[in-house]
Design a protein around this ligand. Sequence first.
Ligand code: 2AM
Length: 179
Amino acid sequence: MAKRLFFGLELPASAREALAAADPQLKNVRWVKAEKLHLTLSFPGEVEPEQEGALHEALAAVRVPPFFLPIRGVGTFGGSKPSVLWAGVGKGHPHLFGLHKHLQDAVLRAGLQPDLRPFHPHVTLARIRDVSAEVLRPFLRKHAETEFGMWEVQEFVLYSSRLSSEGSEYTVELRCGLQ
Ligand code: 2AM
């Protein structure tokens, strides 16, 4: 059976707790549960079992050394009609962009189609519906420079995502150490 796959970084518990605690508890701002917070690196999407094997093999060529990454600042996607509230990674470490590129290449080598939109590294904090940018402004100001955590990224994770009545459920399929 096909799986919905994506590559991501698992955040350290301390950063997840800090991000969960920042919830301003605004109406129609649905905060992501602490255990589900992650940073998506590449999204191949629906993958058949035989392609999943090819994807695992293609990962052998992913060579990026460990690097330190902050979780810092917040922002929104969606302009005047925000749909997603996110935490950023400061300027973003060059190795983070390197890892994204290596994973996109691995997805292509496995014969799959990666999401080709520009990479805006972020941790989705909340999904938003019918909330004006103005209502979010105090939160955005308060946390413009907040550092929620800093850690050494030593691995990336292949997750599968399954929709359930509780929303998306993520399962770790594979952990790959950086080298
Ligand atoms: P998001 O955090 O910005 O919502 C699992 O669904 C992860 O894959 C989520 O982190 C989500 O990003 C990302 N994702 C879902 N659909 C996607 C798509 N079509 N292209 C790229 N990333 C996607």
